[in-house]
Design a protein around this ligand. Sequence first.
Ligand code: BGC
Length: 833
Amino acid sequence: MGTVDAAWTLDYDGFDQATEGVRESLCALGNGYVVTRGAAPEASAGGAHYPGTYVAGVFNRLRTRRHGHVDETESLVNLPNWLELRWRIASGPWIVPGTDAVVDLRQTLDLRAGVLHRRYRAVDSAGRATTVVSRCLVSMAAPHVAALDTTFIPENWSGLLHVRSGIDARTANTEVTADLPLGSRHLRAERAGGNGTAGVWVRMRTSQSQVIVGMAARTRVLTAGRIVEVPRRVTTAAARPHEDLAIRVEAGHPLTVEKIAAVYTSRDRAISEPATAARDEVARAGTFAALQAAHVDAWRDLWRRCHVELCADDGAESAARLNLHTFHVLQTASEHMRDLDAGVGARGLHGEGYRGHVFWDELFLHRVLVLHLPEVSRALLRYRHRRLDPARRAARAAGHRGAMFPWQSGSDGREETPTELYNPRSGQWMPDRSVHQRHVGLAIAYSAWQYYQATGDLAFMTTHGAELVCEIARFFADLAQENPATGRYEITGVMGPDEFHDGYPGTDTPGLANNAYTNVMTAWLLRRALELVALLRHHDGAAVLDRLGLTDGELARWADITTRMYVPFHGDGIISQFDGYADLTEFDLAGYRARYGNVGRLDLILAAEGDTPNRYQVSKQADVLMLFFLLSAEELREVLSGLGYAWPEEALPRTVNHYFSRVSHGSTLSRVVHAWVRTRTDRDCSWDCFTEALAADVLDTQGGTTREGIHLGAMAGTIDLAERCYLGLETRDDALWLNPVLPKEINRLRTTLTFRGHRLQVTATHTELTVIAAATDAAPVTVHAAGRELRLGDTGTEATVPTGPKSGHPATANSIRRGLIDGSHPQSARTEF
Ligand code: BGC
């Protein structure tokens, strides 16, 4: 298992066949445009190894005939493997990690610099020992470029080193066992070529989407930093262009093989043809050292904007895991996405889990991005906005107005959710009804609103955001039907986030009535949509309102729903997950845990037993509790009281306890949400959930899913927990709110964020909160810091406010060193960071 033993590295010792796939996902390198798994360059796919390279947004559809029908599936395409670099002594066997020849393997991912280091010794049957040291990067500065630098040190032998460097274009999508019966070959080789100085290149085309992929790789040999010419044979077979280098080496004399690769696709802008662009790029590229210098600079800048610094009692462990999560979030959603038309897959660009599809998980990501890289958040919202028309068509086909976004989305915004799910416990395929999770639309609208709250970017709202928010609001308003018997609006036939409940026991009709999460978030969304319409009327938004064709009658109906939407309750004020939830049978979760150990996928366990979780009060993940995660207690109470429900304060912990004791945590998102809702009621438990969420991928706690890609939502969720939950950070009512509550294990938390153009550094300890704002041209904003109102102007400011039991006490002259308090004007205090 991997251990993160310092805050900035992920280290592995030795080779472990069973967990190599997990390492490959966690050591993947990327830049938002392309990600390459951290596979051994010496290996091709098979056994423990699965090299994979994925470019954001490159999907392809395949049709497979099975079970008497045709399955059509769309997948993120595994592109040719540029990493390939094999070696052997003369004509001996190829050396591959995982075989007996390789010893003392050590692999270190440097998170700060974005470089993967490997080192091992290889000893062949004749006792010839070679030390191999390599560095690999996928450039954060030049998004199309990747590089591998490998130094060979023959320890006790001299002779011929044979290195094969190429592009393996025989790749297919074969990582996910359950998908193996489906077609897997997405790429067709068109042309390949190469020569001794320019290296090799290949042009491929996806079979259905017709995306052209161009890849090129240049390989040089250096001794003591100087290029040396060596005999090489170039093979230009289209499926595997490569160069064989014959290098004379001497014992004790290191020699470096430097490989620089580039990838372009026909989806890229400002190019003529992808293979030409890739060849030109490698021809222009500097040395590995020069590429690394620019790459490290780009990472330094990213960390400056995005680092959430955690100082906890557990040494560097949680800090390092949080850094690892931030690292992978930034490799998936970086500034290089800004010009792309791509969403973010639930498993990053790190593997083939969920076929690279985009789910509601982006909700967890936006909450982080809007505070650090709002331009990336905007790019992801544009991906959704460009798919408004298919969402409108889907709504119409379902008999509704507005926009119904798909549960799983890929290239063109159509619904990509499979209809069947493979159950490895029973070896059977079972129906997958997750497509009924309409709440994905609520997540998109919520994210657009978060983006607006954090940035105040009215121009975006006018051009794109308002259309997204209002069309989604329109869909949910249309789903809501008035029940004449109760005088309340109801939504039926949907699933909430908890995938264990997709219908009522004993019926074949999918969906549930009045999922509380969906109903409450609909009421919340309609409030925001009405607010937005009022805002646009004030700010030159007539054109978008005209385009949307919103009538007074429709707006009045939205307002009516915000006062009469139905929310189910049971017991003493506990919010029910859906109508009839309280009538379900209690489940013996402890008994099943004792029997099966990991009960995360209880749905699969029960199905194999001929049962279904639909019968029980047990959930896969947070559903009702998502409300407390997304909305502050004040906001939630406001929505509920608007609906005419007097919800007593004590009902909140009762609701949390009810669901907390009935969850299997079958989704990695679950622990994030439970850590959140426990913060104010049981801090120890919150810390436990937080550390478990931090361990999800590094320890592969789901037992086998991390090798198919990271869990992006949970990774982003842990950053969000540290930042929004423990710092008590909210963006609402056009202001930033900070009310830190640190678990006792965290001594200090620091983040640097951007709020409406103001760059703020926020530091919290158990006793005080410090806000430092850099000078800016942005319009003044209000920050509510632990009960104190700070008005941030253009000059930069610094203020320290007491927190903890004394919070809310008037700040003293000493505690506010410089700053704008309640509108008073400070002396100029320019702060740069
Ligand atoms: C979860 C969903 C999530 C999906 C992709 C599922 O296991 O239940 O909420 O969207 O994984 O991460």
